[in-house]
Structure formats: C-alpha cells, structure tokens
Design a protein around this ligand. Structure first.
Ligand SMILES: Nc1ncnc2c1ncn2[C@@H]1O[C@H](COP(=O)(O)OP(=O)(O)OP(=O)(O)O)[C@@H](O)[C@H]1O
Length: 363
C-alpha cells in the first residue's frame, strides 16, 4: 500500500477545559487536495496548525510521507516539515519586496543566490506576477498579495501545501478566480494540499476530499459529490445546504409532513418520527395536479440568470429552489419530487434507508 502523504491517528488537543480536537483519524494520499470544512470554532485551524507544527498535540500522532512529525514526546519544528503555508491575511513582510518575500524559504534552506533567483522567477511566473518582483506588498491588491503568498508557499516545492482560509479576505469575483487558479496550480505541480474553509462552495471547488468537522470531531470524509449527495447527518446536510430538512413521521402510507404525504417508505417498514432531506436537485416545479407536494411561494429574488425562490410547506420548513424561467408564479406551486434521492434519519441521528413506495409496491 502506498505511504499516505498525511496520516493522523487518534489526535487530541485541548486548550484548558476546551477540547479543540477530539480523536481525529485522517489519511490523505499524495497528489490529493483535502478541505477541512466546518463552522466557526469546530477546530479546523487547530488541526491545520497541528499538522504544520505550530501547535503541539496532547495525544495521538501525525506522519508526513511516512515520517513521524508529531506525538506527545516528539515535535518536529515547522521548518523541518517541508511544508508551504498560506494564511488568510497573506502574512507578507511589508518591508521586503515581492521577490524577497518569495525568496525567504529558500534563504532559510541555504539555497545559493543564483538558484534562488531562478526559483523565485519560476514561482512568480506561475502565479502571474512575473513583472512584480520589485514591488512592495503594500502596493498590491489583496488578490495579488495572496498570489505572492502562494508563490512563497510553493517556491521550495513543499511536500504538503497548507492553506488557512486562503480566499476569505477577497471579494467574491476575485475569490472565484483565485480558487480556479489555485486548483490549476495544484494540478500542474501535482501538489498535495490541505486547506481550511467554512465555505462549502470553496471546499467543493478546490478539494478532492472534504473532511467535515464539528465540535472537534470528524463527522464525514468524502468527495464533494458524495458529501453533497449523501450527507451522513442532518447537521452536515444543513451545514452544506444540501436541501430542505423536514421533520415528520413515517407510516404505511409514506412520510407525512405539514399535512402532506410523500410516497416513500422507510427501511423495514419503520413507522414513527424521522427527519427527511429533500435535496434541491430532487425537486422540479410542476402543475399542482401532478405534484408530490404543494408549497407556498414565500419569496422570489431575480438573480439575472435565475430566480431564487423561497418556498414553504409550513412555517418551519423553507425550501430554496432556483428556476431559470422568469415565471409569473401563483401563491402556491406544485413540486415533483424524485423520491429515489431522498435521505432520512431517525431522531437518534441514525441513517434510515428509504425507498419510493411505488418501487416497494412492485417488489
Ligand atoms: N490558543 C488557544 N487558546 C485557547 N483556546 C483556543 C486556542 N486556539 C483555539 N482555541 C479554541 O479551540 C476551539 C477551536 O478553535 P479553532 O480556531 O481551531 O476553530 P476554527 O474551526 O478554525 O474556527 P474559525 O473558523 O472561527 O477560525 C475554539 O473553541 C477556540 O476558542
């Protein structure tokens, strides 16, 4: 079996009484990009800092390319871990030129001036800043400063690139462009990378694997597609905005919510309360006579290429849906539901497989 680029086993880290990381096990193959995704305070930055060697660990261990770099009695310094790091606030030295900033990791490694100059020019051209070598960071835009930080992170050809919210200081248009550029750069250099984000779109755009953290624990590690299609828990589904979560109950007729019944049957004929995820991609507007559910139109926002609708089944249930025609909508609309893509959970949080009722009837 190939040696993973990153292997974390049984990692715990507390600050006083606060458990920031509570038993993390994580493996990342070489050449893959992992996003650490989760709400504020869930432990993302602490995990990244433990990998970088900026924070010591309480128990467990971390290996990089088969080399043990952290366990409670052993702590390899950040400089010896062969990493590149990009921070949210760029962390450039304002008194140094762009080229001097980028050259810094090479200087630390004792690379000779001629090779240094060549490698700096290579890194700056990769991030599209070949003509900016002599500028001061303060004279650059936020996006350009983050590109300088990226050039500095890759100039020494690190074994692992770590990025802490690399795009969150930039405005939306710039963020999307830089996300694309970072992804292209990672592919071109076949880098292995771990980055922290609280934004699922950023995680989906950049990562091969997404690790969802909540309260210091890893809840799910999956590809963006698998995570979106099959979130492991209702709270993950809510966090990644996978669709509408409906509290209702199953019986032999289907799933009942807000006085309506969806034709879906729970595993082993379970009857009782459950939470059902109605993914957005499972819904299409249809005429009320052909609809699986009827929803009230609560709001509509014209967004240029689409209209964002807010629909509701009752006062607790809001469904967000994009439609591409600028329709004049009545107060209520019909929704056809692709019942095969629904997901359900018991009140205990345990996943509850379910099948369309018509399929069950045919069996
Ligand atoms: N140096 C520290 N001293 C004390 N508590 C800390 C320290 N660093 C982190 N924590 C606590 O550990 C928990 C995890 O923090 P962390 O910064 O890793 O979360 P995060 O998911 O990165 O959050 P954010 O997205 O807001 O940056 C939080 O409760 C935080 O207050």
């Amino acid at each position: 079996m190939p040696i993973p680029a990153l292997a974390i086993e049984g990692l715990h880290k507390s600050f006083g009484d606060k458990k920031a990381l509570d038993g993390i096990d994580l493996h990342l193959s070489s050449g893959k990009v992992l996003a650490l995704l989760g709400p504020s305070g869930c432990g993302k930055t602490t995990l990244l800092r433990c990998i970088a060697g900026l924070t010591g660990i309480d128990s467990g261990h971390i290996s990089l390319n088969g080399q043990l770099v952290a366990q409670p009695q052993r702590h390899l310094s950040p400089n010896d871990r062969k990493l590149g790091m990009v921070f949210q606030d760029y962390a450039l030295w304002p008194h140094m030129s762009v080229a001097q900033n980028v050259a810094f990791p090479l200087e630390m490694q004792g690379v000779n001036p001629k090779a240094r100059k060549e490698q700096v020019a290579w890194a700056l051209s990769l991030v599209g800043l070949g003509d900016y070598a002599d500028r001061q960071p303060g004279s650059l835009s936020g996006g350009q400063q983050q590109r300088v930080a990226l050039a500095r992170a890759i100039v020494a050809k690190p074994k692992l690139l770590l990025m802490d919210e690399p795009l969150s200081n930039l405005d939306k248009g710039l963020r999307d462009n830089l996300a694309l550029e970072i992804r292209a750069l990672i592919e071109e250099l076949a880098l292995t990378a771990v980055f922290v984000t609280h934004d699922q779109h950023e995680a989906f755009a950049l990562a091969d694997e997404v690790a969802v953290l909540q309260e210091g624990r890893l809840q799910q590690v999956a590809s963006p597609e698998a995570l979106y299609q099959a979130p492991a828990t209702p709270s993950i589904a809510a966090f990644i905005d996978a669709g509408a979560l409906l509290d209702g109950h199953f019986d032999v007729d289907g799933f009942h919510v807000a006085g309506q019944t969806l034709r879906v049957m729970a595993h082993r004929d379970y009857t009782g309360p459950a939470c059902l995820l109605l993914p957005r991609r499972a819904l299409t507007l249809t005429s009320p006579t052909q609809a699986d559910v009827i929803a009230k139109v609560k709001g509509r926002l014209f967004q240029g290429d689409h209209t964002a609708l807010t629909l509701s089944l009752n006062q607790h249930t809001h469904i967000k849906l994009r439609v591409h025609d600028t329709l004049v909508l009545p107060e209520s609309v019909g929704l056809a539901v692709d019942v095969a893509s629904l997901r359900a959970w018991l009140p205990t949080g345990e996943a509850l497989p379910c099948t369309p009722l018509y399929a069950a009837e045919l069996c």
